[in-house]
Design a protein around this ligand. Structure first.
Ligand code: FAD
Length: 507
């Protein structure tokens, strides 16, 4: 089966939907595909806010936003890209406001702003602590209004090229029917999210963040960069890894150890706070977030979701009790190499959002800059993909004989890949985590090599066609292995510490 459009977008998070709106606005016929229901994309989990130097609470400037972003990036960002993103921030928030995102307001009806880590002023615009959800759902409504075709339960397996090597189609598994479909397009945009879920349960991320688009791009020959830069968020609930947003510290929350001592600047960048917590944990301390002093009325008004999450997943009422926390994998700075037009190193292939590396976060992202990035560069990707699609004539993909779906049919399924997936997550958390050592990185790499060599002993037990989630999860597992390989290779190549990549160096 075949389908055709000008611009095919993989992913219906904030980046994909913004790209879709802008590609359509620039005259392209667009289809968006997503492996889950669009409004469940991980963007809906973002809580703290989106950065823009509006200066609504205290004086701020675009220049300060740029300086804070560059400082946190530890020399690994591209200043031009950072200047562009921060320069677009005010217009971006105003645009989101204009299409209906219900930002929280100050008493004089301006957009409210709060301070997140590493920011010199209250700069994050928020909708209580549901910022990502409000942005995603508003973008989705806008796409429906524009009659953009969005298809759920469509899983990207691989990219296809024409004889000249131009990306011109994607091989898709229709999860509902089990059929394979080839979607042909003049331009393909990957907006498939990050890869923090390779850390399995040691991550705040949605189960969908398995780095599929990055693994697919890598197999197609696209370059990746900065894959070793994984951000560990300081405050996830201890037992479930559910995030307690940085806004809790931004609003005045403290970090305490078992002796009830504060031990770090709570609003330092995330890499520093996570390492400070990790050092305490290694000394045998339990770590807590304390926001009791903010009071019930304030918490209900500004942080209602945090209270519900803590109650539901940790059985604590943060109005009256300390919250047990630990750092876990949260955001992945690395991704697909793109230029300033969001074009990857492969002709016809664009990328935006967390799967791409626009070099605006460098070695450590600032809170509030990802929601900004996905909208700013989602727009760029949509505009440039539409332009590209208009200027090339359509071409025919070379169809491969053996799709991954066919290939895995012969795998023996003697070994349980679900157990292995959690084991990799634990191994990576311990050995490719907040603090790294060369011998531990080598150990993690060997584990991946061994699994890859024995991959035919794993497989799927469910052989049915319709809604076979066992098969989809196994293909995600294969992608996780490819992504893990790139993380650990990047980490081994970078011998010196840099931001989130912190090496214990041997003298
Ligand atoms: C708990 C939490 C809180 C956060 N809070 C903030 C915050 O306050 N401020 C901030 O700036 N950032 C925050 N972030 C980070 C931010 O939310 C993400 O970086 C951002 O939303 C990523 O958007 P995206 O569009 O790139 O990807 P996503 O929203 O992850 O969307 C990816 C899309 O790709 C689809 N997809 C993936 N693989 C495939 C495949 N194989 N086939 C088809 N479709 C596929 C998915 O179904 C989904 O639709 C937070 C993150 C988390 C986890």
């Amino acid at each position: 089966m075949k389908k055709k459009c000008d611009v095919l977008i993989i992913g219906a998070g904030g980046a994909g939907l913004t790209a879709a709106l802008n590609a359509k606005k620039n005259g392209a016929d667009v289809i968006v595909l997503t492996k889950e229901y669009p409004t469940r994309s991980q963007t809906c989990m973002a809580q703290g806010g989106i950065n823009a130097a509006l200066g609504n609470i205290s004086e701020d400037s675009v220049e300060e936003h740029i300086n804070n972003t560059l400082k946190s990036a530890h020399g690994e960002a591209d200043e031009k890209a950072v200047r562009f993103m921060c320069g677009e921030a005010i217009n971006t928030v105003e645009w989101l406001d204009s299409i209906g995102v219900c930002f929280s307001r100050t008493k004089d009806a301006k957009i409210a702003q709060r301070t997140l880590g590493g920011a010199s002023s209250p700069r994050a615009c928020y909708a209580q602590d549901y910022t990502g959800l409000k942005i995603l759902h508003t973008l989705y409504d806008k796409c429906l209004e524009e009659e953009i075709e969005i298809e759920a339960d469509k899983y990207l397996l691989d990219l296809l090229k024409d004889k000249s090597g131009r990306v011109c189609a994607a091989e898709i598994l229709d999860i509902r029917s089990g059929e394979l479909i080839v979607y042909e397009a003049n331009a393909v945009v990957l907006a498939s999210g990050g890869y923090s879920r390779v850390y399995a349960k040691n991550s705040t991320n949605s189960t969908a963040s398995t780095g599929d688009g990055i693994a697919v791009a890598k197999r197609a020959g696209a370059e990746l960069v900065g894959m070793e830069f994984v951000q560990f968020h300081p405050t996830a609930l201890k037992n479930s890894s559910i995030l307690i947003s940085e806004s809790a510290r931004g609003e005045g929350g403290y970090l305490l150890n078992t002796k009830m001592e504060r031990f770090t600047n709570e609003l330092a960048p995330r890499d520093e706070v996570s390492r400070a917590i990790n050092a305490q944990i290694l000394k045998g301390e339990d770590i807590f977030l304390d926001i009791r002093h903010l009071g019930e009325e304030f918490i209900e008004r500004s942080l209602p979701q945090e209270r519900k999450l803590a109650q539901l997943y940790e059985n604590v009422d943060l109005v009256h009790e300390l919250i047990p926390i630990k750092p876990v994998a949260h955001y992945t700075m690395g991704g697909i190499v793109v230029d300033h037009t969001s074009q990857t190193t492969l002709e016809g292939l664009f990328a935006c959002g967390e799967c791409a590396n626009h070099r605006v976060h460098g070695a450590n992202r600032l809170g509030g800059n990802s929601l900004l990035e996905i909208v700013v560069f989602g727009k760029e990707a949509g505009v440039h993909a539409a332009k590209f699609a208009k200027n090339v004539s359509s071409t025919t993909p070379v169809i491969r004989e053996n799709s991954v779906v066919k290939k895995i049919e012969s795998y023996s399924n003697q070994l349980d890949f679900y157990a292995k997936r959690q084991l990799i997550g634990d191994i990576f958390y311990e050995n490719v985590g907040i603090v790294r050592k060369r011998e531990e990185l080598l150990f993690a790499r060997q584990e991946i090599i061994d699994i890859k060599e024995n991959i035919h002993h794993f497989g799927v037990s469910d052989k049915s066609k319709i809604y076979n989630t066992n098969r989809v999860e196994f293909i995600e597992f294969l992608n996780i292995l490819d992504v893990c390989e790139s993380i650990v290779e990047g980490a081994l190549k970078r011998e010196k510490s840099c931001g989130s990549h912190y090496m214990i160096e041997v003298a």
